[in-house]
Design a protein around this ligand. Structure first.
Ligand SMILES: [Fe+2]
Ligand SMILES: [Fe+2]
Length: 397
């Protein structure tokens, strides 16, 4: 059987961007590697990172949640300041001495191939390097290094990738984040909310909330929460609502989602959040009410409209505010949910008619639940009936 291949991707990831993720996904889908360890470094000898290591770590974890074969590893962040790449490689080897290691190089690292060529100790660990195919000029300039590597028995494989505008240095130097920033949506939201790379801070409490959410949620849920915040903000801007309220509610909406059900039940009982047995038996239902309680008591969220939006983000409720609609809808259409004809149709309607888009989304949920022979909570059915009677909802586009 062919030897298992583990990719190792060192970088400052300051910040991690689409170029990094695409390189990883291309290496995985091409069968070059079976999994990839993504290892953020503290810095480089000639480069001091602009963002704090913990912020870079959280963004890296969020971005890597796109594929379970991407494994963020914080060994460099936890290692003594004096640690070198070879020390980190030894640690990686100790964790896994069976697979062949393959080194992934980003575009910037590729242009520093000359330094790597001299780093014989590092090259001893790798017989195989992968990098995005550079521009022809860069390729010509690299010829000597590539030949030198191959004379040492190290193969370099270039992956053809779609051109992408992402570059960490461009992101760091832009005073306003470009529409096509080349950042994954969760990373883009993290940077904007937190005000990294000299952006204005958008969510005043983000410095406290993001670490807390990161600790409370699994990587997938953390990434989803960032994406919902971004989507809810966008919908609020389109529909003339308060963007900060929508963004904050989006960020916090699932803050209780990864809590064990027993803990949710305990909070619900102690604080009389609901007596509904259907809610008390289901984390999928209960996390919204408990989430609003946690948002108020542990995140200091005092805005009743934001708390309402969190409370009903899963079922909706007749008479709900348009802000709550934004969050409920953003939860179901955020871009990380992928693409299918039904979802894309709702996304299109969402930009024009909030009520109708929410109706379509809840009807879709209802059909999905029924198809699986499960019961929908009556509150969702009541919300659907309420939305159907609202003026302007039945128009078609
Ligand atoms: Fe939720
Ligand atoms: Fe959610």
């Amino acid at each position: 059987m062919a030897k298992h291949r583990t990719g190792v991707f060192f970088g400052t990831f300051d910040p991690i961007h689409e170029g990094h993720i695409r390189l990883c996904l291309a290496a995985l889908s091409g069968g070059d590697v079976d999994r990839i360890l993504v290892v953020p470094l503290r810095g480089l000898p000639d480069y001091i990172c602009a963002a704090d290591p913990e912020d870079r770590w959280r963004m890296t974890v969020a971005a890597c949640s796109v594929d379970p074969r991407l494994e963020p590893l914080r060994i460099a962040l936890d290692a003594p300041e004096s640690s070198r790449i070879v020390d980190l490689l030894r640690q990686i080897r100790r964790r896994d001495d069976k697979s062949e290691l393959v080194l992934l190089l980003g575009s910037d690292a590729l242009l520093r191939l000359r330094e790597l060529h001299h780093a014989k100790e590092i090259l001893k660990s790798f017989r195989f390097l992968i990098a995005p195919r550079p521009e022809q000029d860069d390729l010509d300039a690299l010829k000597a290094e590539v030949l030198a590597l191959s004379s040492q028995g190290v193969r370099l494989r270039f992956l053809l990738m779609d051109p992408i505008s992402a570059s960490s240095s461009r992101i760091r130097s832009a005073s306003v984040m470009a529409e096509d920033s080349g950042l994954p949506v969760d990373v883009e939201e993290y940077i904007a909310a937190r005000g990294l790379y000299a952006q204005d801070i958008r969510i005043p409490q983000a410095g406290v909330w993001l670490p807390r959410l990161f600790a409370a949620l699994n990587p997938h849920r953390f990434s989803h929460s960032l994406s919902v915040a971004r989507t809810a903000r966008r919908l609020a801007l389109i529909h003339g609502l308060q963007p900060l309220q929508a963004e904050e509610a989006g960020l916090l909406h699932d803050c209780a989602k990864c809590m064990p059900i027993r803990k949710m039940q305990q909070i619900a009982r102690e604080h009389s959040l609901t007596a509904d047995p259907a809610y008390l038996q289901s984390g999928a239902l209960l996390h919204s009410l408990v989430g609003a309680w946690v948002a108020r008591n542990e995140y200091g969220m005092a805005d009743p409209q934001v708390l309402e939006a969190i409370s009903y983000h899963n079922t909706g409720i007749p008479g709900m505010s348009r802000l709550a609609m934004c969050v409920c809808l953003a939860d179901s259409i955020e871009p990380l949910r992928g693409s299918n004809p039904r979802l894309d149709a709702i996304r299109e309607v969402a930009d024009k008619n909030l009520e109708r888009a929410l109706l379509l989304s809840l009807e879709g949920t209802s059909a999905y639940v029924r198809e699986r022979g499960k019961e929908l909570h009556p509150r969702t059915l009541q919300t659907i009936a309420w939305l159907q009677k609202l003026p302007g909802v039945q128009v078609s586009f």
